[in-house]
Ligand binder design. Structure first.
Ligand code: NAD
Ligand code: UD1
Length: 351
């Protein structure tokens, strides 16, 4: 948590777009728990409003939620005119790297036009505190690890490009001369690999169809929903030949958002920070830890490398620590344990 900020979220009102999704649902839960009022907005293209009932149960309070698309300016106007919003956390986006290559216009329209429409309406209602979901994918194939924010930016997919464009739009906005004291203050948060679930096991990641990402796939194999995991590549130049990533517990990621939000509400300057643990974990290490802490079996085989995969990257998280007083607290065992608790708590998540 932000050790330096005295700001509390009590009685603040935050607009959260993409609130029903994986990261949004966990963030809304914590915002409510800290006394914040939340206005949740989602078009449910990759989620369901069902999750709101569970969030309300966990937080012990209700909140406003609206079904709307962030590209629908009129719907946003209605939300902003009905609520006195202090800040916005913008999660709503499409996020599949492979899909973005097949449907570039769909991604550009949703993620870039969506951002622009949202910003214009926020500007009209004098809401200038903005937290943006960026991604470590903006670094492409980094020259060295750990990756600092000053590293060369080079998004290789359309999805990655939409995050870079988003960051660029926001940087220019924040640099514009202040009009009537209305300077934009923006926190661009570059997530590494968020995994795990709320420790209650009541909310978690709900991928539709065959999971693309490692942890959801491992969970489904352990649950007997899929016969085995394919490890994409065993001959990378890494200690055990499998790719290395920086997995970060969803609850730590959420804390990073709250620290950034408090920083902005405190009058802090715009910033761009990595949200990662600083530790690299290989695919095999993740699978072995999952098996060990949960007492399950996860059969796997080695398969061809997945096109576009980078051998290794993990964060240099020191800037977030310096500017926000934030650092990740959970280890890989916590991530595996909480992910599995979530998987086990859902009847449909088992064979
Ligand atoms: P998610 O798909 O679970 O959540 C995104 C939510 O946004 C969904 O509920 C979806 O219905 C909604 N949405 C999408 N387009 C919308 C639109 N036009 N209008 C309204 N709602 C819309 O994804 P997530 O994992 O929670 O990701 C949240 C954000 O974090 C995204 O911006 C994503 O790009 C970014 N991010 C995620 C990861 C990750 O590994 N999960 C990593 C880096 C960055
Ligand atoms: C991917 C996205 C990234 C996004 C992130 C969300 C790509 C190229 N990048 O990152 O933009 O922000 O998801 O967390 O898609 N793996 C297997 N078998 C599987 C699935 C994955 O071996 O069935 C391996 C992958 O090859 C990779 C590692 O596991 O080495 C992690 O994969 P994944 O969870 O998809 O994350 P990233 O590829 O790092």
């Amino acid at each position: 948590m932000n050790a330096w900020s005295q700001t509390t979220l009590d009685h603040r009102t935050v607009l959260v777009t993409g609130a029903a999704g994986y990261i949004g649902s966990h963030t809304v839960t914590e915002l409510l728990r800290q006394g914040c009022r939340v206005v949740a907005l989602d078009n449910y293209c990759n989620s369901s409003p069902e999750v709101y009932r569970r969030i309300e149960g966990l937080a012990g309070t209700t909140f406003a939620h609206v079904e709307a698309d962030v590209r629908d300016g009129a719907a946003l106007e209605k939300v902003l005119s009905n609520h006195d919003i202090d800040a916005c956390i913008h999660f709503a986006a499409l996020k599949s790297v492979s899909d973005s290559i097949i449907h570039p216009l769909r991604y550009l329209d949703n993620n870039v036009r969506g951002l622009l429409v949202l910003l214009r309406v926020l500007q009209r209602y004098h809401v200038h505190r903005f937290v943006f979901s960026s991604s470590a994918t903006v670094y492409g194939d980094p020259v060295r690890v750990p990756v600092a924010e000053s590293a060369v930016l080079n998004a290789t997919s359309v999805y990655g490009a939409t995050k870079l464009m988003g960051e660029d739009i926001l940087r220019r906005l924040a640099a514009a001369p202040a009009e009537l004291e209305e300077t934009w203050r923006v926190a661009a948060l570059r997530y590494f690999n968020p995994v795990g679930a709320h420790p209650s096991g009541q909310i978690g990641e709900e991928p539709l169809g065959i999971p693309n990402n490692l942890m959801p796939y491992v969970m489904q194999v352990a649950a007997g929903l899929r016969p085995k995991l394919s490890i994409f590549g065993g001959d990378y130049p890494t200690p055990d030949g499998t790719c290395v990533r920086d997995y970060i517990h969803i609850q730590d990621l959420v804390e990073g958002h709250l620290a950034a939000l408090k920083h902005l509400l405190d009058g802090g300057a715009s910033l761009t920070v990595n949200l990662g643990t600083g530790r690299g974990t290989s695919v095999r290490q993740l699978v072995e830890t999952f098996v060990q802490v949960n007492g399950v079996t996860v059969p796997y085989e080695f398969a061809a490398r997945r096109p576009g995969d980078v051998a290794q990257y993990f964060a240099d998280p020191s800037r977030a620590r310096e500017l926000l007083g934030w650092q990740a607290r959970h280890d890989l065992a916590d991530m595996c344990r909480d992910a599995w608790r979530w998987q086990c708590s859902q009847p449909q998540n088992h064979a």
